[in-house]
Write a protein that binds this ligand. Structure first.
Ligand code: G2H
Length: 253
């Protein structure tokens, strides 16, 4: 059984105090995260250390960066490195969220470098991909996400690819209130798994957690997560409301 994951993406929201209160509140309501499940909070960079302290030694709960740079250190003003996040006890990072791709021009090739630096430093990449509405309407979504996989991940060894968490996020469903139907999400996530299997074999592909992201809410989480190739969710808006995110954690299989 693959790890089933509820991952919060706070994006550029909340003050430190609000973030601490939210995290403490969620953890007090979701006191233990069971074996085979993981709960991840991708928090703004200035809060990584404080968030990590709140999590303490809780099992299966992790703090994640929302982004890292492709170099370990150096003259890269404003960037965040794997060494920096590790120095505050953080071993996960989102990589390639569509907002990074769209607003900051991050290409598949550049994201491959970020994946490499993460894996070389024992940081788990939560690698995001997904198509725009235009691509979906042209019917080319499978081709598009296949290229994202190939150009950013297919250079990895079989051992490395099993350390990556993948998050499929159709851009047209992000923060828009439109969710892909569970059938639409399952169809493309099944395709992603088949494409991974064509490169790495079924046994490896079967070990990789593929999350769905895009307007996941308490009301749709159960149905989405019950699909065979959906191993949990990457949650933006609903992760900012304690009761909603707790309900989403509870919806994991
Ligand atoms: C997609 C998702 C979290 P939301 O960006 O990464 O956000 O749940 O608000 O659509």
């Amino acid at each position: 059984m693959r790890t089933q994951i509820a991952a919060a993406n706070w994006k550029m929201n909340l003050t430190l105090q609000q973030g601490q209160d939210l995290l403490s509140n969620i953890l007090s309501k979701s006191t233990s995260v069971r074996e085979g499940h993981a709960v991840i909070f991708a928090v703004p960079a200035p809060y990584l250390q404080a968030a990590k302290e709140i999590v303490g030694d809780r099992q299966n709960v992790y703090i994640s960066a929302q982004n890292i740079y492709s170099k370990v250190s150096g003259a890269y003003t404003g960037e965040l490195s794997v060494e920096m996040i590790k120095s505050v006890g953080v071993y996960h990072s989102l990589i390639g969220h569509s907002e990074r791709r769209d607003y900051f021009g991050e290409s598949n090739q550049f994201l491959a470098e970020k994946v490499d630096i993460a894996l070389a430093n024992d940081v788990t990449p939560i690698f995001c991909l997904g198509e725009s509405l235009e691509i979906r309407e042209s019917g080319k979504q499978n081709e598009f996400v296949a290229t994202q996989l190939e150009e950013s991940l297919f250079h990895l060894s079989a051992d490395q690819i099993t350390k990556v968490i993948i998050a499929y996020e159709p851009i047209w469903a992000i923060g828009t209130g439109k969710t892909a139907s569970s059938e639409q999400a399952e169809e493309i996530q099944k395709f992603l798994r088949e494409h991974l299997a064509s490169k790495y074999g079924q046994a490896i592909s079967d070990q990789i957690s593929i999350l769905y992201g895009g307007s996941v809410k308490p009301g749709n989480a159960k149905e989405l997560f019950s699909q065979p190739d959906i191993d949990g969710g990457l949650v933006g808006g609903a992760s900012l409301v304690a009761d909603d995110f707790v309900a989403i954690i509870d919806a994991l299989n």
